[in-house]
Write a protein that binds this ligand. Structure first.
Ligand SMILES: Cc1cc2nc3c(=O)[nH]c(=O)nc-3n(C[C@H](O)[C@H](O)[C@H](O)COP(=O)(O)O)c2cc1C
Length: 340
């Protein structure tokens, strides 16, 4: 085994800023950006914390989606570290006494290749800034099987399973998503929680600006998320969506916080790779937000497993860039951590 190459262990301010910018470009439920990054001066350690003030207690009572979101940021940090020529080593949930500490990255090692996992495909760094949610209609065009195969492998490399649904599966997932949308529409507390993250005045640094809401399906087949309640408080003109959407389930074999963090990393790895291939993604997470519909989502063809999210894939316009908090708000640099 190669000995780790220890260069100057201190990360420069510029390196830390570029890492944090990549981390915070990650996707998150309602664009809550529920993460904080902490670096320790004079060290090569970067910690990723979940920010409980940005949790969604009604929509996500056990913090599963929050961990998924933090996991996406961890994956971006890994890619950005590799781009800086480092070989990050990641420990998830390193301190049992601190459940908010989701990950610790040791960035002391210099990488031999500028890729987190050279066997698994292209450098994903440029895709971090190019990736956006696309809530717009996609073309009636198949995603090539070769690309789907690469996306499945990307999920697998992070310990998750991506199962692209056949026509029956797509109809099943759409029906469950519609069911979840109806349940949410009947829950005024959830609707209020979601609406609190809508941003009607720009510029915002988090949440969903009204300008980024997608249209509803004019044929009422594809249950896109209604962010503004029913009847809609803000209406976007309906549009015709693809006849048979490509939907995929992202699942894990177990359902603990570490699995959620793995699923988040898998989600971002799949999404960045899809971006490289010109494939757009929107997340359709509604059915995960009710125990009954989440349970029924489990893919009978994939054996036992826990669905973590639903992805819609296709070719279409890129979504607009969503706002992000400035790096100074998410990154702090403090003295060295106390020895455990
Ligand atoms: C766990 C999770 C759940 C999400 N659920 C949805 C969803 O149900 N509908 C949707 O349109 N976007 C969903 N998103 C996407 C976020 O809204 C999006 O990432 C965020 O607004 C930032 O925008 P961006 O992806 O364009 O950077 C989800 C993202 C994550 C990580």
């Amino acid at each position: 085994m190669n000995e780790p190459i220890l260069d100057d262990p201190t990360l420069t301010a510029q390196e830390l800023r570029s890492l944090a910018a990549a981390g915070t470009a990650a996707p998150s439920l309602l664009n809550t950006q529920p993460w904080r990054f902490r670096a320790y001066s004079g060290t090569h350690t970067l910690r990723v914390y979940a920010d409980p003030q940005r949790a969604l207690p009604r929509t996500d009572p056990d913090g599963r989606a929050l961990h998924l979101s933090v996991g996406t940021a961890v994956f971006n940090l890994r890619v950005a570290a590799a781009h800086l020529g480092l070989e990050p080593s990641v420990r998830l949930l390193p301190e049992a006494s601190d459940p908010h500490l989701c990950a610790e990255l040791d960035l002391s090692r210099t990488a031999e290749t500028p890729n987190p996992d050279p066997d698994q495909g292209p450098d994903l760094y440029a895709a971090i800034e190019q990736r956006h949610s696309s809530r717009l209609p996609f073309a009636d065009r198949d995603v090539p099987e070769t690309v789907l195969g690469e996306l499945r492998a990307a999920a697998r490399a992070e310990g998750a399973v991506l199962s692209v649904q056949d026509e029956d599966g797509v109809r099943r997932v759409m029906a469950l998503t519609e069911d979840a949308e109806r349940r949410t529409a009947d829950d005024p507390v959830r609707e209020a929680e979601s609406r609190a993250w809508l941003r009607s005045r720009e510029p915002a640094s988090d949440g969903i600006p009204l300008s980024q809401l997608g249209p509803p399906d004019s044929e009422a087949r594809l249950p896109m998320r209604s962010y503004t309640g029913r009847p809609p408080a803000v209406s976007v003109p309906p549009a015709r969506f693809e006849a048979l959407p490509h939907l995929a389930l992202l699942s894990t074999h177990a359902d603990h916080p570490s699995d959620w963090l793995h699923a988040g990393q898998a989600l971002e790895r799949v999404w960045l790779l899809a971006t490289v291939h010109g494939v757009r993604i929107s997340v359709m997470h509604q059915a995960l937000e009710w125990p009954q519909t989440r349970w029924e989502l489990r893919d009978p063809n994939e054996g036992p497993g826990f669905t973590q999210t639903v992805l819609r894939l296709g070719f279409g316009p890129a979504g607009p860039a969503a706002p992000r908090r400035p790096v100074a708000e998410v990154l702090e640099v403090v003295g060295a951590p106390a020895a455990a």
